[in-house]
Write a protein that binds this ligand. Structure first.
Ligand code: ADP
Length: 258
């Protein structure tokens, strides 16, 4: 596990009241800086531009129009990078921003360019922080009310960089046989070897109040990685220091591996 991609969702970076969760930014910066400075290569895929933008503008309801949402994302993305840049610098860690559209995989030249950028940043000891380029890609925002997500983008990033593992951090501690927020008897899977329609059917549809991906897009990400002989761990984002235990091999969350 030398090269690690980490994905964190909006609901893990904001408080339930919709404010920026500064402690969470700080802990994430501490953990990822520590890992990156102890011989690992770390890539962070972070959602949150819309949430951070709405907090900055004191807006409580997501604008209905796509241009309205894109404007807030534009404000939020630079504010979010400002936060990351400041918190990471406390741990003497530089970061670089990569804004991607998912179609890079379809254009060999773009694919090669973004791959080169990742490799160069990692070689320089810098942590790339990736988000979808919301102002260019309408897709994510379009889906946002249903399943707009960075989950599948993070799988693509893990694949482009050939990461040894994708650590998907969520508001839930793993994948269950049924939605645990509706069923107290739900049972956690420790390992999943294949994602088929049977697993997808256990994921239901809806996501969190921020309109993020839900379990389905996380399973889709896992499916994509498994198909490419890569691995993913789904675990709870609440305390990012669990990444240390996960990487020590402790059985935490759900491990997707063939
Ligand atoms: P994040 O915001 O961290 O990306 P989401 O809230 O979008 O995560 O998705 C996780 C949610 O998916 C869980 O909190 C849970 O309500 C829901 N869910 C639906 N089915 C399942 C399942 N089978 N196992 C775990 N969580 C599930």
């Amino acid at each position: 596990n030398k090269r690690i991609a980490v994905k964190i969702g909006t609901s893990s970076l904001m408080t339930p009241q919709g404010k920026v969760n500064y402690q969470q930014f700080d802990r994430l910066a501490y953990v990822l800086s520590t890992l990156n400075q102890s011989g690992k290569e770390v890539i962070l895929v972070s959602s949150g531009a819309m949430g951070v933008g709405m907090d900055k503008l004191h807006i409580h309801d997501r604008p209905k129009s796509i241009p309205g949402q894109q404007a807030i994302s534009a404000i939020g993305q630079s504010e979010m990078m400002n936060l990351y840049s400041r918190f990471f610098s406390h741990y003497n860690q530089m970061v670089g921003q990569i804004l991607m559209t998912r179609d890079v995989v379809e254009f060999p030249e773009s694919y090669q360019n973004v791959k080169n950028t990742f490799e160069t940043l990692l070689k320089m000891g810098i942590i790339p922080i990736v988000n979808e380029n919301d102002t260019v890609a309408v897709e994510e925002l379009d889906h946002a009310t249903k399943f707009g997500d960075n989950d599948q983008l993070s799988a693509i990033v893990a694949n482009i960089t050939q990461a040894d593992i994708l650590l998907m951090l969520s508001d839930i501690d793993g994948f269950y046989d049924q939605n645990p927020s509706h069923n107290p008897d739900a049972h956690l899977f420790h390992t999943i070897e294949d994602v088929t329609d049977k697993e997808l059917a256990r994921a239901g549809g809806e996501g969190s109040s921020f309109g993020t991906g839900g379990m389905r897009t996380k399973l889709k990400a896992a499916q994509y990685l498994l198909k490419n002989n890569q691995e993913m761990i789904l675990a709870k984002a609440e305390d990012p220091t669990i990444l240390f235990d996960i990487l020590k091999g402790h059985e935490i969350g759900t491990y997707f591996s063939r």
